[in-house]
Design a protein around this ligand. Sequence first.
Ligand code: ATP
Ligand code: MG
Length: 457
Amino acid sequence: MNLTTSVIAKYVDGIKLSSKGEIMVTNCVIDSRKAVSNSLFIPFKGERVNGYDYIKNAVENGSSCIFIEDERYFDPELPCEFILVKDNVTALQQLASNYRNGLNLKVIGVTGSNGKTTTKDLVATVTSVQGKTLKTQGNLNNHLGLPLTLLNCDESHEFAVLEMGMSQLGEIDVLSKIAKPDIGIITNIGESHLENLKTKENIAKAKGEIFNHLKPDGLGILNGDDPYLTNLINTLPKIITYGLRENNQLYATNIHRIGNSTVFQVKGLGIDETIHLPLLGEHNVYNCLAAIAVGLNFGIHIKDIKESLLDLQLTGMRTEILSLNEITLINDCYNASETSTKAALKVLGDLGKGKIKIAFLGDMLELGDYTEQAHFNVGKEAALIGVEKIITVGQYGKYIKSGALNAGFKGEFLSFSNSQQGREYIKDIIIPGATVLVKGSRGIKMEQIVERIKEEF
Ligand code: ATP
Ligand code: MG
């Protein structure tokens, strides 16, 4: 960004406490270690650290402006401007929102239960064909990450692709209000956050908030195969539906795997083209369709979209295929829900056809009353795709086991209480030549298992 401290104070309804002249601020950080010359530093009081203890450090690193919520923190000796605001979170959000209003930027918001990060990466790959694109780094998709991402945009950016995450009603509304998307994408409605939201209808309602602040001529891009999204279709003036069913405006057929790529035919909206996607799984075909829809909307030729997808830059640990010396590893340990675990198991079934298939399945968290059923269903799916060994990590393995047995599982079943314990037995469990999936919720830290597998094989 490129804003003077006076403009910033106006944007956030703040009061400048010192007058060191018109200082230009060029970026915004909430971690003093990341401050550079002319940073705005916004301190937050976290559970473990208090950002206010690091104001001096931020200034030493180059910060020229600090937001404070209490005059006590004003230090006239420091060579920077202080802006007094009511609340730092609100101020960050107001700043990003007003800043966004002044930019000639096309914003694409991505929400949904599964596939946000992957879709965001795919969309950014496609829009980069037409103009400089900024995207959410990693998974910084919340009330702080989204405004910070927007503040990293400048006049040279034509597109911003923003991931929007939530765990409660009202949270996507806040993000949408800041971002004012030109396009809102909802990937699907799954089971994540059932603990808070109780029903899938509520989850759909929460995700639908992405359209609350859509630009007046804005576009909704929706997974038309998801029954929980059909209600939304009629509420929006401009819409593209996508999916595998032919009644979608954009749809994929003839999906098959070639090596580590998925090949499919995309049809509808006047096109018929074969796409080579360097990702595995039907779920990624969905993610890719959303990105193709964005590209077509901006008038990008399907041939250019197709070419851009060949050098996709992905965020790690999401259905990552690693060919190790002795085994093939599917590293999908970033997070897990029932839908995403079933999607990953399908990839295991396909990639491991004719080989020994081993699934390390960590607990899926935050599912509330649905926990037992979700794990049962996952166990069933593992049995149905023909997994030979199931290794569960955490406390819900018993439900996975009963689901697998219910579907006729005859293979080997092992259970560990945590991934630290699981990693000790890797060498005994994995058979050379096998195809191995590792998947589990973030809190289970399944990457510890991945690390050990990489060391051993
Ligand atoms: P989070 O809520 O943790 O930010 P996310 O929505 O950003 O997750 P990704 O990180 O893109 O999702 O993908 C996480 C995992 O979900 C993938 O590794 C894959 O197993 C699964 N997944 C990705 N896309 C889909 C999809 N469209 N449908 C079902 N599962 C998916
Ligand atoms: Mg994500």
